[in-house]
Design a protein. Sequence first.
Length: 294
Amino acid sequence: MLGFSIQAPVFLGKPSKDSTNDLIAHYENEEQLLHALKSAGVRSIEIRILPRGAEERAYRDLIQRIWDAGLQVTIHGHVAGELPGSRFSEIYPSMRYILKHFHKYQSDLTMALHAFDAKTGSEEELHQQTVRLLHEWVAMIHAEQLPLKIAVENNRKKSIKVDPGDSIDGVLRIVNEVDSPSVGITWDMGHYYSNLMDERGLKSAPEEHLLDLPPDAFLKKVYHTHIHGLGQTGTHNPLTQARSLPLELYVSALKRAGYQGIYNLELTMNKFDMDQTLSEHVLASIQRLKEATS
């Protein structure tokens, strides 16, 4: 199944900083974007990002319109927030509407999630904080028998941030220590490729793809994906150029590992080069992904 991330300002009815409709690829409204995505083969929309304490009602309208359009929903979640409770809808109140209604439209839910990070401090402490939180969430998921899977994402390494999830090994360690079928991995292919490039001192995506792959132990625990290319403005660019990401290599590796989840494009459209229109970049990226996964 193909998926596509839509950024939070669209759900909140707020314009992007650059244009009122950059984040919907210059379509006139969200319905036109959803129709174009569905016509191109997308079957799932990810909310990017849904904070734990966000005003739930602000997201409801577009979530319901996504379901009414015959599309499923996934969530890019967030760990921050001290919200007490014994049920998942209490410690993650912005999920309440989704948890109440999703069963009418889809059989399960997937939430991509970053580990705790900080500007300073101990990576080990942040690792343990993430593991503790996930143990708490898993206990609620099991007690309520929620068909919800958490998928911890590998992030891009940044010198300004301490992040136990900014490497393949770091994410795998978190997931292995939680040790629950409710917790797996979001393989962010663009972040992975960006880190490979940084290791080799490359400032832009090379003409010949770097062919490194994560270990099988990582690939077998992948529950979800974030897919984006590398361009002049960094990550979250389209897949229009072949060099932007070794997509076909990565999809083949996931298929060998038995992956059955969503191939989710996570693009930041107000970062794109304007050699083509935003919609042309989006549709070309979907087409490339469709061909790679077919």
